[in-house]
Design a protein around this ligand. Sequence first.
Ligand code: SF4
Length: 320
Amino acid sequence: WFDVSAPWLTRVLERKPRRILKAVDGVSFSVPRGSTFAIVGESGCGKSTIARLAVGLHHPTRGEMNFAHGAGRDGRMRAQMIFQDPYACLNPRWRVKDIIAEPIHELGLRRGAAAVQARVTELLGLVGLARSDGEKYPHSFSGGQRQRISIARALATEPEFLVCDEPTSALDVSVQAQILNLMMDLQREFGLTYLLISHNLAVVRHASDQIAVMYLGRIVEQAPTEMLFRNPQHPYTRLLIDTIPDLEAPNRARQPLAGEVPSPIDPPSGCTFHPRCPYAQDICRQVSPPMAHDNDGRAIACHFPLTTARTSPLAGLAAV
Ligand code: SF4
């Protein structure tokens, strides 16, 4: 298991020191080894902040993040990140073989040039590239091929935990499935554990085992993937799912997700989703709903989950 908890984290805006942005608030989740845990939500919900904190690219200016895990082979845990933009994360002046070899040298994972080259060739093969591709520069490759190079570089450190921040959103639709399937094949082969960050619900439904839905820095619903899609209980989850085109039921009644995410610098009182929630009542505007857990593995923060919402304007909509 990889346990991640961020009781509260804040990022102070430097130019306006009195205004504090609480980027992540009370987030806590566990990821079983060899599984994929997805975090979804609109832009500004805090999911990318968690991704970057998890691999040490960001450090909280206030608050703390706790990251517990079983010890790896050498007593350390190796976490790596696959970035959204494969065009920006590869050094254009380096040959692909040198990009992949760098972390191997840095961590001393192979000794001698021949052993490093053999490992680079092996990694290129794992992601579906040829040995000769190692001699080329990144500009020679398409977006999907560059993402394969990024994955090979991440695998070079022999990671246990991979944080994938929108790994397919910069790619053509036709290539997205290839990259997702490659990641899932590698997971099966090497027992990798993924934290998948995405705003694309179709992607996370295909690739994840558990999903956490975030809104304004907090998890509002968390459940096993199919449970969440078949029976969403938080109004925000339900409205997010309704934004996915459903080819099997194109005429099904859908409630639009109205409005925009409020500023995290001055969030709404009570439940921060209440200005956009069709089911908001007085208590929602005053009291932040606590997280409640059920016996089926679902956690939800809502005063009126949809199963109890007899008068909810969402209640008449069929389950997905
Ligand atoms: Fe809507 Fe109230 Fe639930 Fe918030 S607590 S999601 S406002 S019903």
